[in-house]
Design a protein around this ligand. Structure first.
Ligand SMILES: [Zn+2]
Length: 312
């Protein structure tokens, strides 16, 4: 009989993979973390995750009943794999079946934003939301949506890719996906410095340190540096366009912001986006970067151990 008290949660990102044993109330133990950036062999990544799960389970000494995986997308849920993720150079990474075989327990997987959304819904104090949108602003921009307790998956498990909403045609910044004018080309951690350089060029402005990171630009804006402040006002306006589209697409009553940029600078980053529909409550996560890990575990409890979710 599989344990229904513990599961293992895995959070695979472009830089790190994190793994922990999770209890029913979100208690984390046996936490493991490993850098995976630069590993180009897909089966090597899978093997390392199997080792980490083994170490986490060994360290805590409990039986796990399931494994829940949060991963950078896109995913192919039919095959249980991550497919050509733009921030990972490993091609197709098969996760579900090899991990299920290694541990003899069921395995479910979600993209990281959906896992984050579910983590906020179950453990973040937003369980009363009718429609919750989790919006992460980090290397990229993405969202996960929970509507009446159900995760919105989309046909392949990739619904909520709001980072590819068109938010501008004036600067027409190129996006990593091959498109132009997409939200994450302006306001993500990776896009903002490139947008800053283009914005400076179009302003005809001289700037002593053109190669700033997004965090440095935001810090300078917070300190009142004139050019950075002006630039961040423009980013806030672009973010407001993205937020407006997001509200029109999903009609949420609650939007939870996450990602290092949003956790620190939400007040500077989002302009006034009121308008067509009722404004949702907008708040910053209180789960300290753990929403996807907690959500992956919560999903494993709910979908596998309790059989509550229809979509696996
Ligand atoms: Zn794009």
């Amino acid at each position: 009989m599989a344990s229904t008290e513990f599961c293992c949660a895995v959070d695979l990102g472009a830089t790190n993979v994190r793994c922990a044993v999770l209890g029913r109330n979100g208690e984390i133990s046996g936490f493991q973390r490993l850098e995976v950036s630069g590993i180009e062999n897909a089966s090597c990544i899978t093997a390392k995750i199997v080792d980490m799960i083994e170490s986490a389970v060994e360290e805590t000494g409990v039986d796990i009943g399931a494994v829940g995986i949060s991963t950078a997308g896109p995913v192919d849920l039919a095959h249980g794999s991550v497919v050509n993720s733009p921030n990972m150079q490993a091609g197709e990474i098969f996760l579900r079946d090899p991990i299920a075989e290694a541990f003899g327990v069921p395995v479910c997987m979600l993209t990281d934003c959906k896992a984050g959304a579910y983590g906020e819904y179950v453990f973040g104090g937003h369980g009363d939301a009718s429609t919750l949108v989790y919006l992460t602003m980090s290397t990229g921009i993405g969202s996960g949506v929970i509507s009446k307790g159900e995760i919105l998956q989309g046909a392949d498990g990739n619904a909520g890719e709001v980072g590819h909403f068109v938010v501008d045609t004036k600067y027409n910044m190129p996006c990593g996906c091959g498109g132009f004018g997409h939200w994450e080309a302006y306001a993500s951690g990776s896009g903002m410095p490139r947008f800053f350089a283009e914005w400076l060029r179009q302003q005809g402005a001289e700037f002593e340190k053109p190669l700033l990171t997004s965090g440095q630009i935001l810090f300078a804006a917070r300190q009142g540096e004139t050019l950075c402040s002006k630039f961040i006002s423009e980013v806030a306006e672009i973010n407001a366009r993205g937020m407006h589209s997001l509200v029109c697409a999903y009609n949420p009553d609650c939007v939870v912001l996450d990602g290092p940029l949003a956790r620190e600078y939400a007040d500077l980053l989002i302009g006034d986006f009121g308008g067509y529909l009722r404004m949702p409550e907008v708040c910053v996560t209180e789960l300290d970067g753990n929403a996807p890990l907690l959500g992956a575990g919560a999903y494993a409890f709910s979908s596998i151990l309790e059989g509550n979710c229809r979509a696996l």
